[in-house]
Ligand binder design. Structure first.
Ligand code: URA
Length: 209
């Protein structure tokens, strides 16, 4: 059974349609990625444990809930994952942010890590790995490998659009890692782009081609 959660909220679906449109300009696309990430953050954090503390309101002492348990770390996969950070931090400003950079070796087709900087205490945090597009799953699988090598045990993968191939590959390699996405698209094309997808998320976020 795949460990996949698809957020089909109408607001999210509407914003993804705007993102998919090739005529949506860079600034609007970037704002939409932030907005969708913010909406998704709400659901991705639904299982955060709570504890009860005692506080004094202007009227009375009260028992009230606050988030308990481990702290969070957000780890965007460079470069497109960067686009999701601000929306997530809007809702979870206490999270620390690490970064992982991977490229695909054209000869071996393996993912090669060229950058990794994580919070010092990352192994004691719940990590949410961010990449807007889960295409083949190669980068996602490798990013999770890198996190697990650093003794991180609590990992969620959050993307905006996922291809069935990416979901299957990530799930096969790391069945313990839940996948959160906002759309499951049809397939990959021969260049490993998601169909219908939205094109190259990094280029669309940063205005490169
Ligand atoms: N990465 C992207 O940015 N877009 C795709 O369609 C696939 C991978």
């Amino acid at each position: 059974m795949e460990n996949v959660f698809i957020f089909d909220h109408p607001l999210i679906q509407h914003k993804i349609t705007l993102m998919r449109d090739k005529n949506t300009p860079t600034k609007d696309f970037r704002d939409l990625v932030t907005e969708v990430s913010r909406l998704m953050a709400y659901e991705v954090t639904r299982d955060l444990p709570l504890k009860t503390i005692e506080i004094e309101t202007p009227i009375a002492w009260a028992k009230a809930k606050v988030i308990a348990g481990k702290n969070l770390a957000l780890v965007p996969i460079l470069r497109a994952g960067l686009g999701m950070v601000d929306g997530m931090l809007d809702l979870i400003p206490m999270a620390k942010v690490g970064h992982i950079g991977l490229y695909r070796d054209p000869e071996t087709l393996e993912a090669v890590e060229y950058y990794c900087k994580l919070p010092d205490d990352v192994e004691s945090r719940d990590v949410i790995l961010l990449d807007p597009m889960l295409a083949t799953g190669v980068s996602a699988v490798d990013a999770v490998n890198q996190l697990k090598k650093r003794k991180i045990t609590s990992i969620k993968f959050m993307c905006i659009i996922a291809a069935p191939e990416g979901i299957a590959n990530l799930h096969e390699a790391h069945p313990d890692v839940p996948i959160f996405c906002a759309a499951r698209d049809d397939s990959l094309n021969e260049h490993a782009y998601i169909v219908p997808g939205l094109g190259d998320a990094g280029d669309r976020l940063f205005g490169t081609k």
